[in-house]
Ligand binder design. Structure first.
Ligand SMILES: Nc1ncnc2c1ncn2[C@@H]1O[C@H](COP(=O)(O)OP(=O)(O)O)[C@@H](O)[C@H]1O
Ligand SMILES: [Mg+2]
Length: 325
C-alpha cells in the first residue's frame, strides 16, 4: 500500500483566552486548547468528538486562521501556515475552507444563491477555466444536489439542509483541499443529517477532499470518519481508527462517552460508566490528567502528572497511565 500522505499537521497547539478575574492584578487565562497535536492524511476524514466546550470550535477556528494560536504550529503540506501574513496567507486559505454549524447565519440574506456562490471568485480573483463564473457556479450548485432554478433565489426560501448545501458549494468555489466542517449537520433534522453526510462523502471522492469533521454526536462521527480524535477539556485523550471506537475504546473518558449511548433495545444489557465529580475549571493550567477528578481509575500520579498521548498499538493512541508507564 502506498504511504499515506499527510496534508495537515498540528503540533503542540495551545489557545488561551484572557479572562477578567476577580483579582485585577493577576491576569487569568482560559485554556480552550492545551497542547493538541494531530495529523490528517490526504483524502481522509479526521472526526473530532467531544462534549460542548471541550475546544472543538477553537481547534477549527485556529486551523482556518479565525483565531491566532497562542502556541504551536499548523502545517499544510509541510508549510507552516500559522505564521503567514498578507497575500501568502490569503493564498494558503484558498486551500482550506470551513463549513459552519448554523446554516441560517452563514449566508448573506441579501444575496441570491448565484451571488453567494460566485463571491469567492471575486474575493480571490479567480477566473474558472474555459467557462464563465456563472457557469461554474451552476456546476457546483448541481454538484451539491440543487437545481438551476435555485440559482436566483434568496436564502430565506431554503430549508436548513439546502442552505448547508449552498454553503458547501460556496466553499468548493475556490478549489480547496481541506474542508473544516464544524458541526455541519448538528442544526439539521435527522433525515437531513444523513443526506448532507452522504453528500459530503460523495464530494470527498469527486473533488479529492480531505476533511476535519467536528461533531458531538458519536454516530455521526463514526459514519463519516476514517480516524477519530476524542477531546476532553482542550486535550486529545484518544486517537484511533473509526472502527476501534466501539470495539476497543481505551480511555476511561471514551468508555464513558460510549456507555452514555442508550442501548438499541430494552433487552440489551449495557454497563453504564458514570463520570462522577465536577468538571475541573478550564481556567489556568491544571496539573495532571484532565479527567482525574472524575475517573474511577485515578491514582495519585494522575493528579500530579499529565499523561501524554502515546501509541499503544499501530494507529491507536491514548493519553492514560493505565496503558503506559
Ligand atoms: N472568544 C472566546 N473568549 C473566551 N472564551 C472562549 C472563546 N471561545 C471559546 N471560549 C471558551 O473556550 C472553551 C472551548 O470552547 P469551544 O471551542 O467553543 O468548544 P466546543 O466547540 O467544543 O463546544 C469553552 O470553555 C469556551 O467557553
Ligand atoms: Mg463548537
Amino acid at each position: 500500500m502506498a504511504e499515506r500522505d499527510v496534508l495537515l499537521e498540528v503540533e503542540h497547539l495551545t489557545k488561551t483566552f484572557p479572562i477578567q478575574g476577580r483579582n485585577r492584578e493577576r491576569k487569568q487565562f482560559l485554556y480552550a486548547l492545551d497542547d493538541v497535536s494531530l495529523q490528517i492524511h490526504r483524502g481522509e476524514t479526521l472526526g473530532v468528538i467531544g462534549e460542548s466546550g471541550c475546544g472543538k470550535s477553537t481547534l477549527s477556528r485556529c486551523i482556518v486562521s479565525l483565531h491566532k494560536a497562542t502556541e504551536g504550529k499548523i502545517f499544510l503540506d509541510g508549510q507552516d501556515i500559522s505564521q503567514m501574513r498578507g497575500k501568502e496567507r490569503k493564498n494558503m486559505h484558498r486551500r482550506i475552507q470551513m463549513i459552519f454549524q448554523d446554516p441560517y447565519s452563514s449566508l448573506d440574506p441579501r444575496k441570491t444563491v448565484a451571488q453567494s456562490v460566485m463571491e469567492p471568485f471575486i474575493i480571490h480573483n479567480i477566473q474558472p477555466e474555459g467557462m464563465s463564473r456563472l457557469e461554474r457556479a451552476l456546476e457546483l450548485i448541481q454538484a451539491v444536489g440543487l437545481d438551476q432554478y435555485h440559482m436566483h433565489r434568496y436564502p430565506y426560501e431554503f430549508s436548513g439542509g439546502q442552505r448547508q448545501r449552498i454553503n458547501i458549494a460556496r466553499a468548493l468555489t475556490v478549489g480547496p483541499e481541506l474542508l473544516v466542517c464544524d458541526e455541519p449537520v448538528s442544526a439539521l433534522d435527522v433525515s437531513m443529517q444523513a443526506q448532507v453526510l452522504n453528500l459530503l462523502i460523495r464530494l470527498q471522492q469527486e473533488f479529492h477532499l480531505t476533511y476535519l469533521f467536528i461533531s458531538h454526536d458519536l454516530s455521526v462521527i463514526r459514519y463519516i470518519s476514517d480516524t477519530i480524535a476524542v477531546m476532553y477539556l482542550g486535550h486529545i485523550v484518544e486517537l484511533c481508527p473509526a472502527g476501534d471506537i466501539y470495539q476497543r475504546p481505551l480511555h476511561p473518558y471514551t468508555q464513558a462517552l460510549l456507555s452514555a449511548i442508550p442501548p438499541s433495545s430494552p433487552f440489551e444489557e449495557k454497563e453504564q460508566i458514570e463520570l462522577k465529580g465536577d468538571i475541573p475549571s478550564p481556567i489556568g493550567r491544571q496539573p495532571g490528567c484532565p479527567l482525574a477528578s472524575r475517573c474511577q481509575h485515578c491514582t495519585q500520579r494522575c493528579r500530579t502528572e499529565r499523561p501524554e498521548l502515546k501509541a499503544v498499538e499501530k494507529d491507536h493512541s491514548v493519553a492514560c497511565f493505565l496503558y503506559s508507564q
